[in-house]
Design a protein around this ligand. Sequence first.
Ligand SMILES: [Zn+2]
Length: 386
Amino acid sequence: MQFLGATQVFSGKEFLPSNTILVLDDVRKLIDIISLNEIDELKVEKHEGIITPGFINAHCHLELSHLKDTIKKHTGIVDFGLGVMQHRNTLPETLQIEAMVEADKEMVKQGIVAVGDISNTNLSISTKKASNIYYHTFVELIALNPERASIVFDNGQQLLLDFKNVSLHGSLAPHAPYSASKELIQLISHYCFQNNSPTSIHNQESKAENDFFQFKIGDYLRLYEQIGLTINYFTPTQKSSLLSIIDAFHPSVNTLLVHNTFSSNEDLKISRQLHQQLFWCLCPNANLYIENTLPDITELIKQNCNLVIGTDSLASNSGLSMIDEINTICKNFPKIPLDILLQAATFNGAYFLGISHQYGELNPNTNCGINLIEGKKGEFRVKKLA
Ligand SMILES: [Zn+2]
């Protein structure tokens, strides 16, 4: 048996008393949580820093790992999207898979134990199957044309079967409001309701997204023109993108809104009235990479939104590190209490994915993992202890 102690211990939901000791078995699995006065202090492996459960990366695209340093920074979402389309298949599949294996290893090293991963193909299966990380794959579907909803939905179910047939976890997810019709979102959300599984959508990553929905103007018209898509069927809604689509989601399905960079106070308020199971995913480093701006995290907290954190992909980030995301938030919003961010990086992500019985909280005899956060706020480093 081994005994671990640290300056502070965070359970996944709160800081525990400072005399908290974690008891590990010989393979360093957490088997008990006790108080220092129950044992001989000399037996304790004492660390300087904060012990937390393993991190839950709520939003990643393992498939884009080979695009590191490929797409220019600060171009805005439309040129970023065009860049991904242009480059994603320029490397042979073997090299794409090699990049995914490296990215998976990096996440393990960074103390990540579970990932919500967006996939458009089955190319990530071998990496996920061989990994110690728990992956929930969101098979991502794209079709703004309502007439294509049912065929795209059927194809998505087929692709999801490739994952499920090898015992990987997964569900379906619409890509974004500007690329998925309400008909498609309804099919997906109903499927997730029936299967008791979560879903996800990129939300309000740019101002252009709201412009497109409100008035059918702005940069997205350039995107559709460049990829040769006519969108006569799309009529503006006079509402923000989020408020235009939120009622298509089943209100009892755990639904991840990713980015939320241009969500207004009213968007937060109204969408939360219409849907009680929304989770708001912060990917600050990707936001700075693509749009060079950040969501109003203070307002998200003020309105009691369920926050989770994601790294997004190596196409829009220099690493896949949850602690780097936390550092970016701490630097830009120094007043946000650390426990809120630590809970977003651990328990909330696990709860969203429906795996909080095994992950996200320091509970004996689970797969929670143990991290040590060292250094000072804004310059934290993470070490995987178990
Ligand atoms: Zn993404």
